[in-house]
Design a binder for this molecule. Structure first.
Ligand SMILES: Nc1ncnc2c1ncn2[C@@H]1O[C@H](COP(=O)(O)OP(=O)(O)OP(=O)(O)O)[C@@H](O)[C@H]1O
Length: 300
């Protein structure tokens, strides 16, 4: 379990992280979304014990991570641009990781060679951005971390490798109970990966939800009534996040139990009633609108 309590981090008077409280359960995959400069990387670096918070607490399994070598040996932070020693190869970086991370697993490293088909002797600086990213994931997973903090992990990877890495992350979380936190700009990209999602904006968490709850509770309903009074009656009875009229057809985004909501619509005898699928992106747009935020500058 990762627990952040009222965490603040400022650089030159400006708060990069401004009073963040969050609880991330063991074995979950948690998505951290937000605009450029929202504070995602700063937050991940505090969870990794790289930055020390100015105030508040950052705890993993009830212990402060900063300057805690034992915890750091069980935590891997993968930066948005992976860092390797100059002129080093995967074999050389593996030797370094082996000496630093006590849980390094040689068998796992060899096993993952079947997924990451990279030349272990080739200099990393001669590899492409996507290949270096693969090398970072390969080395990171071979350390058998309990906590995996990933900044834009699938950026620059081809679709096949993206899927392979997603599968590996699912496996890590499900089989080894690894807690994974992923920072991303892309709601669609992490929609099928994460069980929890938070959106950061200007150093604060503005929405935090369990994805299943979010999806089970929000519905997109296309409806047409025989009489305008029926539409008006609906507006008073249901929790509407968003409403659009297209001629005689109305589109509602509503919160609540699916059966109860559709029953409420049926009472007014509509001649059209469809429940349409909602993407995570749509849910967030409407949730954010409801919270008074303009989503456009927040989720890219
Ligand atoms: N080492 C640093 N020194 C000074 N300011 C910093 C430093 N690191 C981050 N900041 C500032 O903190 C704020 C948050 O930056 P951070 O990198 O955490 O955002 P982010 O959400 O990861 O952004 P992006 O999506 O662009 O990577 C920004 O205003 C940034 O300029």
């Amino acid at each position: 379990m990762i627990e952040l309590n009222q965490v603040v981090k400022a650089f030159e008077q400006e708060k990069a992280v401004d009073g963040v409280t969050m609880h991330i359960h063991k074995g979950s995959i948690y998505g951290l979304l937000g605009s450029n400069g929202a504070g995602k990387t700063s937050l991940l670096k505090m969870m990794a014990g790289i930055y020390r918070q100015d105030s508040g607490t950052v705890r993993i399994e009830d212990n402060e991570i900063y300057e805690n070598m034992d915890l750091k040996g069980r935590t891997i932070f993968m930066a948005d641009s992976p860092y390797f020693f100059p002129q080093s190869s995967i074999t050389q970086m593996a030797a370094f990781y082996r000496s630093v991370y006590p849980r390094w697993n040689e068998e796992r490293f060899k096993q993952l060679a079947t997924v990451f088909k990279l030349d272990v002797k080739r200099k990393l600086h001669r590899m492409s951005k996507g290949m270096r990213r693969q090398a970072a994931v390969w080395l990171g997973l071979s350390c058998m971390p309990e906590v995996l903090l990933m900044d834009e992990p699938i950026d620059g990877l081809d679709p096949v490798m993206r899927q392979q890495i997603k599968n590996l992350l699912f496996q890590e979380a499900a089989e080894r109970q690894v807690t994974i936190v992923i920072s991303s700009h892309n709601l669609r990209e992490i929609e099928d990966l994460c069980d929890h999602v938070a959106i950061m904006h200007k150093g604060r968490i503005i929405v935090e939800k369990d994805l299943d709850d979010l999806k089970a509770d929000t519905h997109k309903i296309q409806v047409a009534f025989r009489h305008p009074d029926h539409a008006k009656a609906m507006d008073e009875q249901i929790d509407i996040l968003h409403e659009e009229k297209r001629g005689s057809v109305s589109l509602y985004i509503v919160k609540g139990n699916r059966q109860q909501v559709t029953d409420q619509f049926r009472v007014h005898d509509p001649y059209l009633l469809d429940v349409l699928p909602l993407t995570l992106e749509e849910i967030f747009i409407y949730e954010m609108e409801d919270a008074g935020y303009d989503i456009q500058p927040i989720v890219l």
